[in-house]
Ligand binder design. Sequence first.
Ligand code: FAD
Ligand code: FES
Length: 242
Amino acid sequence: MKKEQYRIVRNKRIAPGTFELVLEGNGNVDGEFVHIAIPGFYLRRPLSICDKGPGSLTIVYKVVGKGTKVLSEMTEGTVLEILTGLGRGFDPDACRGEALLVGGGLGVPPLYLLAKELKARGKKVTAVLGFNKAEELILVPQFESICDAVTVSTVDGSVGVKGFVTDAIAGMDRSYDYFYTCGPMVMMKAVCRMVECPGEASLEERMGCGAGFCYGCSIETKNGPRRVCKDGPVFKKEELSW
Ligand SMILES: Cc1cc2nc3c(=O)[nH]c(=O)nc-3n(C[C@H](O)[C@H](O)[C@H](O)COP(=O)(O)OP(=O)(O)OC[C@H]3O[C@@H](n4cnc5c(N)ncnc54)[C@H](O)[C@@H]3O)c2cc1C
Ligand code: FES
């Protein structure tokens, strides 16, 4: 874990209540998520890494409460103190052939970096991205530019398959070697039940330290209690008690 200073290069609204935050700092960021200090708040906010490059980091976040509201009002040039090197992420090497990525809402961003990592390893990648309605779509062109196939579902049917990601998967006539999912808990549970191949899911839990010390983010798994921040947030399907 490292405490670092990152400067805001862009903090742009990309959908209602949803922002793309591009940060610039020193070196390369490791880990699955960063823990951002927001002035005026005691607890840091955990946000997933959507994309990264040498000295740069992209996060896509939704305004859900006071902390993310303050973050959304921050302007270019503001310096943020962030903890990096946190979390055990998706394992792109676990997929031997064809990968299925299933994201819902704000669970879509962390799958973007994974899609790039899978393509860099020569894997075939299909993404199923679920949203409530057309206005909430995020990152679809970016996924289309790197994946072999992308299917969008919307609950109201305004774009793509009408219904949930599971409706889109049900209509797909293929099998996959491995799946990766991130999104609402209820969606990930349904995906884990429906998709027969092995896979991984990225969980969300309220966090204190974010680095494995306080045990505030513990969940029960088939292998006993595990900390989402340190042992996860990504867990293998067979470890999860659902
Ligand atoms: C590993 C991880 C990765 C995440 N990645 C993203 C992401 O890429 N994009 C995104 O939009 N959101 C992401 N979240 C959720 C994000 O952390 C919360 O939406 C955010 O902390 C809410 O802060 P707030 O002050 O606006 O809300 P408030 O409700 O005011 O927050 C109060 C407290 O609850 C915590 N909290 C509230 N909602 C959540 C939540 N869903 N998960 C964990 N803690 C929560 C806050 O961190 C804070 O400590 C992630 C959560 C985790 C655990
Ligand atoms: S938040 Fe402290 S151990 Fe996970």
